[in-house]
Design a binder for this molecule. Sequence first.
Ligand code: YH5
Length: 282
Amino acid sequence: MQSIELPGRTLSLADPVVMGILNVTPDSFSDGGRYRALDAALRQAERMLNEGAAIIDVGGESTRPGADPVPLQQELDRVVPVIEALASRFDCVISIDTFKPAVMDAACAAGAHLINDIQALERDGAAQVAIRYGAAVCLMHMQGQPQTMQHQPQYSRVVPEVAAYLLERVAHATAAGIDRSRIVLDPGIGFGKTLQHNLELLACLDTLIELGLPLLIGVSRKSMFKQLLDLPVEERLYASLAVAGLSVWQGASIIRVHDVRPTVETIKTAAAIRQAREQAIR
Ligand code: YH5
């Protein structure tokens, strides 16, 4: 049975769980001053927890394709107060969405349990931060860098290439001393991938699940639905739910989303059918 070891607790993945996205970028909680931004972030987190999120993923830098980088101090100023407040008010698992070791360090000191790194601990010192705090890590595949990754994504065969990269990053993490019980994998949907690459990965999650570690999938509202359905960002919920259900059906453990309640309902249904299948074929 799957689970992840976190500092001071174990998160069961016997049933799949939702990771709620908490963006603390200025465009998400517009300029009403520091306190109002913190207050709005906490209210959004509370709502996601009430709707059934098991994990809150705090991010202070937009990693959308083409987004501008954020200076270190600004990212710290955004995420640290939010994590401190979440840790003191709620008994939830807190994740930090960053690729910067200094942000990982401050976030873990403030109470984060999981390091969600789109660069899969490639930066110097990143693995050491995870070890120092006993934090869990999510290792994600990305081709290129956020500013340019969507220019010319190229693979000879995307599924085996992503699997090989993730396996190499697991080897790096375990060699540094991170136990396998603290590692989650993610194919990085939309990170240096065409629509066809994304669809192939989402169709072949079993290949990634064979790596033997819990799988996280993040597709909520992403541009692949613009390409597939020509829908604006605020109309991509139903398509996002379809992918959440299909991912859980294939065995994914964590679904990272903006819309928590509909996703919880979708994945509970998909997981129940999956469990019924296990009974039926036994
Ligand atoms: C992910 O897949 N994604 S940030 C563009 C959009 C909508 C959403 C409107 N962090 C992932 O959510 N961490 C991000 O178009 C992530 N896996 C993990 N582990 C990008 C994002 C988004 C981008």
